[in-house]
Structures are given as structure tokens and as C-alpha cells.
Design a protein around this ligand. Structure first.
Ligand SMILES: Cc1cc2nc3c(=O)[nH]c(=O)nc-3n(C[C@H](O)[C@H](O)[C@H](O)COP(=O)(O)OP(=O)(O)OC[C@H]3O[C@@H](n4cnc5c(N)ncnc54)[C@H](O)[C@@H]3O)c2cc1C
Length: 465
């Protein structure tokens, strides 16, 4: 049976539900199709469960160093109850997922379909034996973990970031292949729960997109907690032994083999655009399967948009949500067009201390030909960090020497995931750095040092000096 709607939304992740709600509120009929879990990656296998587990791991860390703050605990030490840790996570995830699902199911004019959606043509989608048609179709299908074709991978019982979240035991020794954002959050979390952890990274340093001193500070924070890090690991091969997994790695230093009890593959993500029938609709993707979109998230086919991770323009919940805001504003609001190119890239890495990031790194600013000035300060010179006993990290701001606009910043330290928003706001307002330099911030906070850092900018460097 064919059903016609004013709009069809494929995927109930971080953009689709809000768009469906906008159509609903406008009195339009809308169908939303979800093949698995409402809330998608963020709610079920991404942000929510990982940050919930990281909070448990942080408690374990705090308790272990209670003596540094003059708090004595019974000599017996602590025990981590992984089942209780997982149960707490499950409660929080389930509440979020069912809250979202109930909200979507309660929307006026909104039909909810459970099943895998597939384009039949540019105007029709099949799901669960039915064909839905619309002049406007919005793709919000997200992504999944990438599994590289390492020799031996098929013979190994490996975890992904999704499956590890369901594991209720504590690995004796977790080997993590991939030293980037997802891998490092899991590394520190499991180390704090009590596992031995080894991170294997093929690059010569962790987090190759970050400035070297920032990546180095994160590496030393992790190593200080006992995490083993193996860089320049070429030709990674995996082998299953009885009760263990061995990774053969050709590293510039260290043993050529790492043996652990369990292995997590954290080697990036790929878009869920295969099996979607994009070819039937004529929708173009790039070489990696990401759907090509223009500055307003329109695909090459009129009447079809792509939002969130599947368009390759962001890999975060806030970028998926911002995609929704752009599309919704351009469909439902006045004449001011919102565009992708207005978005300033920002994100956090939720290791501890966290890294808050916005805009260009120093390296990228120089590569783009900016003449720049740098302001920086170690966290050892931030009173709030000293008082909290958390002096790892640094803050660093990159300013364009000619325009005086802030180009980017990295704040690695306690509270950095919040403090970075001062910089995000000033960059969005497109006002010179002196606006922030002359702002009074609250004492004692990490943010109060940002005006000081901006008052102590270094000399101009870069191509146009
Ligand atoms: C371990 C981990 C930690 C993360 N932590 C953070 C963080 O702290 N902060 C942050 O900002 N981001 C984080 N992310 C990234 C964030 O989760 C994603 O960027 C975000 O969820 C993307 O939203 P989306 O709407 O594009 O896709 P998704 O949330 O993946 O939603 C896509 C939905 O589409 C459905 N779907 C797919 N194909 C079909 C089909 N053919 N038919 C019907 N339905 C379909 C899927 O089932 C899914 O529900 C993390 C990711 C991971 C893996």
C-alpha cells in the first residue's frame, strides 16, 4: 500500500526527530522511520553511555587519590562492580531513549515506522513491506564503527565501541587499536575501572589533528595513569589464542607483540549509506560513502536532504542538531538563509582532563597562511586548577594578527569542556579578541584566565609577517 506524506525522515538520531516535530507543529503530515533504537548513536551507543561510564570511572579515580586531599579511606581499597556500573548506565540511557520515543510517538500528524528504509525512487521509500511517498525526504542515518581489514581480524573476537558498552565484565588487559577520540575515552575509563590498557596507534603521535603539545600533554596524562601507548604501529595483525588476543605490531620502539585479554577496534566510523538504495534515488556520495550536500544540506537531488554524520560535515551530536536547525530555519522561517559554512567547528574530547576545542589549531592557521599571535598558559598557573589538585594541561588561543579575530583555541584542563564556550561565543560574534580580554570573569574559575592569556599574546608569526 502506498502512503503519501508531506515529509519523510529516515533515521531517529540527533536531527530527524526534531525535524519531524517541526513538520508536525506546522500541521504537515510526516513519517519518521527508525530501524533500531530511537535516539541513534548518541543516546544509545555514543555520548550518553560513554559519559555515564566516564563519570563512574572518575569516581573510582577520585576515591583512589582521596589521600591527596587529606581524606583517609579504609585500607581495604576499592572494588569496582561493573554490573552496577553498567546498570547505572542502562538506567540513564533507557530513560533518554524512551523519553524520546514517547515524545515522537505523541507528535500530531507524525507516523512512526519501525524498520529499514530503502529508496525505491527519488520520491518513494520502502519500509516493512510498505511504500511511502513524499516530495521532501530527509536522510539522517548516522554511521557505525569502521572495521579495518587487518590480517587475522576475522579470527578474533573483537569489541567495537558499541559492543563493549554491553560487556559486564572487567577486561584484565584491554588492547585498543586506535589512539583517537573514541579509543582514548575508553582507554582512560577502563584503566580507572582497573584494567591494564594498551593503546596501539599507527601514527607517530596520538590525536594527529591536534597541536603537538596538546596531544603530548594528553599522552603524558594517560601514561601517568599507567596506560601503555604504542605509536608508529605499522602492519597491525591480530591473532586469537586460548583466552587472549595478540596484536603483532611493528613499532619503532618496544616489543613487536602486545597480548591482552580483549581487544577494542576504535578505528573511525563509516556512514550507514550502503543498503539505503541511494542509487535508485540518484543521490550522490563521495568515495567514502558520505552523502554529498551543499551549504544548506541539500543533496544533488531536488527534494532530498542529508543531515548529521552521514553527510561527513560533522561527527558530533551538536553538528547533527545544527544541521537540523539549518534545514528547519530555511524551510520554516523568514528570508535569512542559514548555512553550513557559518558553523565554527567545535568539540570536546572527554578524557580527564577534558580537551575543549574550537576553530583552527596553530598548525592549521599557519598552513592556511594566517599571520598569528599565540597566547598560552599551563594549568599549573590557574588558581582554580591548583585548588582542585588538577593542574594537568594548558590553554592556548590563536589570534589573527591582522584582524585581531580569534581563529581557534585548545583548552586542556579541568573544566575545559565548559570554559571553551567563552571563546566559541566570541568567535561567533566576530568581535576582536580584545572584547574577551576586557571582560570580567568570575574568580576563581578556569575561564577567568582567558582575558589574561589574551593580554599576553606572543609576537606575530606566519607567512604574512
Ligand atoms: C563512543 C562514541 C562516543 C561519542 N561521544 C560523543 C560526544 O561526547 N559528543 C558528541 O557530540 N558526539 C559524540 N559521539 C558522536 C555522536 O554520537 C554522533 O555524531 C551523533 O549521534 C550523530 O547523530 P546522527 O543523527 O547523524 O546519527 P545517529 O545518531 O547515528 O542516528 C542515525 C539513526 O538512523 C537509523 N538508521 C540508519 N539507517 C537506517 C535505515 N536505512 N532505515 C531506518 N533507520 C536507519 C539508525 O538506527 C540510527 O538510529 C560519539 C560517538 C561514539 C561512537
Amino acid at each position: 500500500m502506498n502512503r503519501k506524506y508531506d515529509a519523510i525522515v529516515i533515521g531517529a538520531g540527533q536531527a530527524g526527530p526534531y525535524l519531524a516535530a517541526r513538520f508536525s507543529a506546522a500541521g504537515k503530515s510526516v513519517a519518521i522511520i527508525e530501524r533500531h533504537l530511537f535516539g541513534g548513536t548518541c543516546v544509545n551507543t555514543g555520548c550518553t553511555p560513554t559519559k555515564t561510564l566516564i563519570a563512574s570511572a572518575r569516581v573510582a579515580y577520585d576515591v583512589r587519590r582521596a589521600h591527596c586531599f587529606g581524606i583517609e579511606l579504609p585500607a581495604a581499597g576499592i572494588a569496582v562492580d561493573m554490573q552496577a556500573v553498567q546498570a547505572r548506565k542502562k538506567r540513564i540511557v533507557d530513560a533518554s531513549k524512551s523519553g524520546l520515543e514517547n515524545w515522537i510517538r505523541g507528535l500530531q500528524n507524525c507516523a512512526v515506522y519501525k524498520g529499514h528504509a530503502r529508496f525505491e525512487s527519488a520520491r518513494s521509500v520502502s519500509v516493512d513491506g510498505q511504500v511511502l511517498t513524499s516530495e521532501q525526504i530527509f536522510i539522517n542515518v548516522g554511521g557505525r564503527p569502521r572495521i579495518p581489514a587487518f590480517p587475522g581480524i576475522d579470527s578474533v573476537a573483537f569489541f567495537t565501541s558499541t559492543s563493549l558498552l554491553e560487556f559486564e565484565e572487567l577486561p584484565a588487559h584491554l588492547v585498543i587499536v586506535g589512539g583517537s577520540y573514541v579509543g582514548l575515552e575508553f582507554a582512560q575509563m577502563y584503566r580507572r575501572f582497573g584494567s591494564d590498557v594498551t593503546v596501539i596507534e599507527k601514527d607517530s603521535r596520538l590525536l594527529s589533528h591536534e597541536d603537538p603539545e596538546v596531544a603530548a600533554a594528553i599522552q603524558s596524562a594517560l601514561e601517568a595513569e599507567g596506560i601503555q601507548i604504542r605509536l608508529e604501529a605499522e602492519c597491525i595483525q591480530l591473532a586469537q589464542n586460548a583466552g587472549s588476543v595478540t596484536a603483532n605490531v611493528q613499532c619503532s620502539i618496544g616489543s613487536p607483540q602486545v597480548t591482552g585479554s580483549h581487544v577494542l577496534i576504535a578505528a573511525g566510523r563509516i556512514p550507514n549509506t550502503d543498503g539505503l538504495g541511494l542509487e535508485e534515488a540518484g543521490v550522490e556520495t563521495d568515495h567514502a560513502g558520505f552523502i554529498r550536500v551543499d551549504d544548506e544540506l541539500r543533496t544533488n537531488v531536488t527534494g532530498i536532504w542529508a543531515l548529521g554524520d552521514c553527510n561527513g560535515k560533522g561527527a558530533f551530536t551538536h553538528t547533527a542538531y545544527n544541521d537540523y536547525e539549518i534545514v528547519a530555519a530555511n524551510l520554516f522561517e523568514g528570508n535569512l538563509r542559514r548555512r553550513l559554512s557559518d558553523r565554527i567547528p567545535c568539540y570536546a574530547l572527554f578524557v580527564d582532563p577534558p580537551l575543549g576545542r574550537v576553530g583552527l589549531t596553530e598548525r592549521d592557521a599557519l598552513a592556511q597562511g594566517h599571520a598569528i599571535r599565540i597566547g598560552s598558559r599551563p594549568m599549573t598557573r590557574v588558581a582554580r586548577a591548583v585548588e582542585k589538585g588538577e593542574t594537568r594541561g594548558l590553554m592556548k588561543v590563536v589570534v589573527d594578527a591582522r584582524s585581531n579575530l580569534i581563529l581557534g583555541a585548545s583548552i586542556l584542563g579541568v573544566g575545559a569542556d565548559e570554559a571553551i564556550h567563552s571563546i566559541i561565543d566570541v568567535m561567533t560574534a566576530r568581535v576582536p579578541y580584545t572584547t574577551l580580554q576586557n571582560t570580567v570573569h568570575i574568580h576563581p574559575t578556569v575561564s577567568e584566565l582567558l582575558p589574561t592569556v589574551l593580554g599576553e599574546l606572543g609576537p606575530t608569526t606566519g607567512m604574512s609577517v
